[in-house]
Design a binder for this molecule. Structure first.
Ligand SMILES: N[C@@H](CCC(=O)N[C@@H](CS)C(=O)NCC(=O)O)C(=O)O
Length: 214
Protein backbone atom coordinates (compact mmCIF):
# COMPACT_ATOMS: atom_id res chain seq x y z
CA UNK A 1 0.00 0.00 0.00
CA UNK A 2 1.19 3.52 -0.81
CA UNK A 3 2.70 5.54 1.99
CA UNK A 4 2.27 9.29 2.29
CA UNK A 5 4.43 11.36 4.61
CA UNK A 6 3.68 15.08 4.80
CA UNK A 7 6.41 17.29 6.21
CA UNK A 8 4.92 20.46 7.65
CA UNK A 9 6.02 23.46 9.70
CA UNK A 10 4.56 24.69 13.00
CA UNK A 11 0.79 24.65 12.83
CA UNK A 12 0.49 28.13 14.31
CA UNK A 13 2.76 29.63 11.68
CA UNK A 14 3.08 27.55 8.54
CA UNK A 15 0.41 28.80 6.19
CA UNK A 16 1.81 26.85 3.24
CA UNK A 17 1.72 23.60 5.21
CA UNK A 18 -1.94 24.03 6.11
CA UNK A 19 -2.99 23.87 2.46
CA UNK A 20 -2.09 20.28 1.51
CA UNK A 21 -2.71 19.08 5.08
CA UNK A 22 -6.30 20.37 4.90
CA UNK A 23 -6.85 18.94 1.42
CA UNK A 24 -5.64 15.51 2.55
CA UNK A 25 -7.88 15.61 5.62
CA UNK A 26 -10.90 16.78 3.61
CA UNK A 27 -10.27 14.07 1.00
CA UNK A 28 -9.87 11.39 3.68
CA UNK A 29 -6.37 10.44 2.54
CA UNK A 30 -4.41 8.75 5.31
CA UNK A 31 -0.93 10.08 5.83
CA UNK A 32 1.76 10.47 8.45
CA UNK A 33 2.69 14.03 9.31
CA UNK A 34 6.14 15.04 10.44
CA UNK A 35 6.57 18.50 11.89
CA UNK A 36 9.74 20.51 11.40
CA UNK A 37 9.84 23.33 13.92
CA UNK A 38 10.57 26.69 12.27
CA UNK A 39 12.67 29.60 13.54
CA UNK A 40 14.94 27.43 15.69
CA UNK A 41 18.69 26.90 15.56
CA UNK A 42 18.03 23.36 14.29
CA UNK A 43 15.49 24.38 11.63
CA UNK A 44 17.79 24.86 8.61
CA UNK A 45 19.31 21.38 8.94
CA UNK A 46 15.93 19.73 9.63
CA UNK A 47 14.32 21.53 6.67
CA UNK A 48 17.16 20.53 4.34
CA UNK A 49 16.65 16.89 5.39
CA UNK A 50 12.85 17.09 5.03
CA UNK A 51 12.52 18.80 1.65
CA UNK A 52 14.67 19.25 -1.48
CA UNK A 53 13.82 22.98 -1.53
CA UNK A 54 14.53 23.40 2.18
CA UNK A 55 10.93 24.58 2.58
CA UNK A 56 7.81 22.90 3.90
CA UNK A 57 5.37 21.50 2.97
CA UNK A 58 6.89 18.50 1.24
CA UNK A 59 4.91 15.35 0.50
CA UNK A 60 6.87 12.10 0.23
CA UNK A 61 4.96 9.42 -1.66
CA UNK A 62 6.63 6.01 -1.38
CA UNK A 63 9.98 7.73 -1.03
CA UNK A 64 9.38 10.24 -3.86
CA UNK A 65 9.33 13.88 -2.70
CA UNK A 66 6.98 16.54 -4.07
CA UNK A 67 7.52 20.08 -2.81
CA UNK A 68 5.68 23.40 -3.35
CA UNK A 69 2.13 23.45 -1.99
CA UNK A 70 0.42 23.80 -5.36
CA UNK A 71 2.46 20.97 -6.91
CA UNK A 72 1.51 18.74 -3.97
CA UNK A 73 -2.15 19.60 -4.40
CA UNK A 74 -1.97 18.89 -8.15
CA UNK A 75 -0.35 15.53 -7.43
CA UNK A 76 -3.11 14.64 -4.97
CA UNK A 77 -5.77 15.60 -7.53
CA UNK A 78 -4.10 13.33 -10.09
CA UNK A 79 -3.67 10.26 -7.96
CA UNK A 80 -7.07 10.54 -6.27
CA UNK A 81 -9.34 11.56 -9.19
CA UNK A 82 -12.35 10.17 -7.30
CA UNK A 83 -11.86 12.84 -4.60
CA UNK A 84 -12.64 15.60 -7.16
CA UNK A 85 -10.10 18.04 -5.77
CA UNK A 86 -10.64 20.14 -8.90
CA UNK A 87 -14.19 20.89 -10.14
CA UNK A 88 -15.41 18.54 -12.90
CA UNK A 89 -16.64 21.29 -15.20
CA UNK A 90 -13.92 22.69 -17.46
CA UNK A 91 -14.72 26.36 -16.91
CA UNK A 92 -15.18 25.92 -13.17
CA UNK A 93 -11.86 24.06 -13.08
CA UNK A 94 -10.13 26.83 -15.02
CA UNK A 95 -11.55 29.43 -12.64
CA UNK A 96 -10.52 27.37 -9.60
CA UNK A 97 -7.00 27.19 -11.01
CA UNK A 98 -6.99 30.97 -11.54
CA UNK A 99 -7.93 31.49 -7.89
CA UNK A 100 -5.38 28.96 -6.64
CA UNK A 101 -2.61 30.51 -8.75
CA UNK A 102 -3.55 34.06 -7.74
CA UNK A 103 -3.37 33.00 -4.10
CA UNK A 104 -0.07 31.22 -4.61
CA UNK A 105 1.63 34.18 -6.24
CA UNK A 106 -0.30 37.17 -4.93
CA UNK A 107 -1.57 39.08 -1.93
CA UNK A 108 1.98 39.90 -0.90
CA UNK A 109 1.12 42.75 1.48
CA UNK A 110 -1.55 40.77 3.30
CA UNK A 111 0.89 37.90 3.72
CA UNK A 112 3.75 40.14 4.78
CA UNK A 113 1.90 42.35 7.26
CA UNK A 114 -0.59 39.80 8.59
CA UNK A 115 1.41 36.58 8.99
CA UNK A 116 -0.60 33.51 9.90
CA UNK A 117 -0.95 33.17 13.65
CA UNK A 118 -3.62 30.50 13.67
CA UNK A 119 -4.35 30.16 17.36
CA UNK A 120 -4.87 33.88 17.99
CA UNK A 121 -7.99 35.98 17.46
CA UNK A 122 -8.66 39.72 17.65
CA UNK A 123 -4.98 40.67 17.36
CA UNK A 124 -4.15 44.38 17.14
CA UNK A 125 -3.02 45.23 13.64
CA UNK A 126 -2.60 47.88 10.99
CA UNK A 127 -4.61 47.81 7.78
CA UNK A 128 -2.79 50.01 5.26
CA UNK A 129 -4.38 50.55 1.82
CA UNK A 130 -2.34 47.75 0.21
CA UNK A 131 -3.69 45.21 2.71
CA UNK A 132 -7.21 46.57 2.26
CA UNK A 133 -6.84 46.13 -1.51
CA UNK A 134 -5.84 42.48 -1.01
CA UNK A 135 -8.77 41.90 1.34
CA UNK A 136 -11.22 43.49 -1.11
CA UNK A 137 -9.89 41.43 -4.00
CA UNK A 138 -10.19 38.20 -1.98
CA UNK A 139 -13.72 39.11 -0.86
CA UNK A 140 -14.65 39.75 -4.52
CA UNK A 141 -13.15 36.42 -5.62
CA UNK A 142 -14.98 34.49 -2.91
CA UNK A 143 -18.28 36.28 -3.56
CA UNK A 144 -18.10 35.77 -7.33
CA UNK A 145 -17.15 32.09 -7.06
CA UNK A 146 -19.91 31.37 -4.60
CA UNK A 147 -22.44 33.13 -6.87
CA UNK A 148 -21.29 31.58 -10.14
CA UNK A 149 -20.07 28.11 -9.17
CA UNK A 150 -21.13 27.47 -5.57
CA UNK A 151 -24.65 26.11 -6.03
CA UNK A 152 -23.71 22.51 -5.17
CA UNK A 153 -22.38 23.15 -1.67
CA UNK A 154 -20.87 25.69 0.74
CA UNK A 155 -17.40 25.87 -0.84
CA UNK A 156 -16.06 28.20 -3.54
CA UNK A 157 -16.94 25.69 -6.27
CA UNK A 158 -19.71 23.87 -4.41
CA UNK A 159 -17.81 20.92 -3.02
CA UNK A 160 -14.37 21.23 -1.43
CA UNK A 161 -11.60 21.90 -3.94
CA UNK A 162 -7.96 22.93 -4.09
CA UNK A 163 -9.12 26.56 -4.31
CA UNK A 164 -10.55 26.25 -0.79
CA UNK A 165 -7.35 24.66 0.47
CA UNK A 166 -5.33 27.53 -0.99
CA UNK A 167 -7.43 30.15 0.82
CA UNK A 168 -7.54 28.36 4.20
CA UNK A 169 -4.70 30.45 5.71
CA UNK A 170 -6.50 33.65 4.63
CA UNK A 171 -9.60 32.39 6.42
CA UNK A 172 -7.45 32.10 9.55
CA UNK A 173 -5.95 35.58 9.06
CA UNK A 174 -9.44 37.07 8.68
CA UNK A 175 -10.18 35.73 12.18
CA UNK A 176 -6.82 36.51 13.79
CA UNK A 177 -6.77 40.10 12.58
CA UNK A 178 -10.47 40.70 12.99
CA UNK A 179 -12.94 39.29 12.44
CA UNK A 180 -12.44 41.31 9.27
CA UNK A 181 -15.54 43.01 7.96
CA UNK A 182 -16.56 41.30 4.73
CA UNK A 183 -19.63 41.30 2.48
CA UNK A 184 -22.13 38.66 3.65
CA UNK A 185 -21.31 35.86 1.17
CA UNK A 186 -17.57 36.17 1.88
CA UNK A 187 -18.13 36.31 5.66
CA UNK A 188 -20.36 33.23 5.48
CA UNK A 189 -17.72 31.38 3.49
CA UNK A 190 -14.97 32.36 5.95
CA UNK A 191 -17.05 31.24 8.95
CA UNK A 192 -17.98 27.94 7.29
CA UNK A 193 -14.32 27.22 6.49
CA UNK A 194 -13.12 28.16 9.98
CA UNK A 195 -15.71 25.78 11.50
CA UNK A 196 -14.56 22.72 9.51
CA UNK A 197 -13.43 19.86 11.76
CA UNK A 198 -9.91 19.68 10.27
CA UNK A 199 -9.53 23.46 10.75
CA UNK A 200 -10.49 23.00 14.41
CA UNK A 201 -8.03 20.12 14.71
CA UNK A 202 -5.24 22.25 13.21
CA UNK A 203 -6.21 25.17 15.48
CA UNK A 204 -6.16 23.02 18.62
CA UNK A 205 -2.67 21.77 17.76
CA UNK A 206 -1.54 25.34 17.01
CA UNK A 207 -2.82 26.44 20.43
CA UNK A 208 -0.90 23.59 22.10
CA UNK A 209 2.27 24.71 20.32
CA UNK A 210 1.83 28.29 21.46
CA UNK A 211 1.19 27.11 25.02
CA UNK A 212 4.49 25.22 24.81
CA UNK A 213 2.88 21.78 24.96
CA UNK A 214 3.10 20.91 21.27
N1 LIG B 1 6.15 28.47 -2.34
C1 LIG B 1 6.28 27.53 -1.26
C2 LIG B 1 6.46 28.28 0.04
C3 LIG B 1 6.91 27.38 1.18
C4 LIG B 1 7.39 28.16 2.38
O1 LIG B 1 7.78 29.35 2.29
N2 LIG B 1 7.40 27.49 3.53
C5 LIG B 1 7.89 28.09 4.77
C6 LIG B 1 7.00 27.71 5.94
S1 LIG B 1 5.35 28.31 5.74
C7 LIG B 1 9.25 27.53 5.09
O2 LIG B 1 9.51 26.36 4.86
N3 LIG B 1 10.11 28.35 5.65
C8 LIG B 1 11.42 27.93 6.04
C9 LIG B 1 11.96 28.71 7.18
O3 LIG B 1 11.17 29.31 7.91
O4 LIG B 1 13.17 28.65 7.38
C10 LIG B 1 5.05 26.59 -1.24
O5 LIG B 1 4.06 26.93 -1.88
O6 LIG B 1 5.11 25.49 -0.65
Amino acid sequence: MSEFVLFIGDKNLSSWSLRPWLAMKMAGVSFREVMVRLDRPTSAKALAEASPSGLVPCLVHDGFPIWESLAILEFLAEIFPEKSLWPADKRARARARSLAAEMHSGFAELRRLWPMNFSRTGMRHLCPPAVKRDIDRIADLWTASRAEFGAGGPFLFGSFSIADAMFAPVVSRFMTYGPVELPAPAAEYRDMMFALEPMKEWGAAAAEEVAGRG
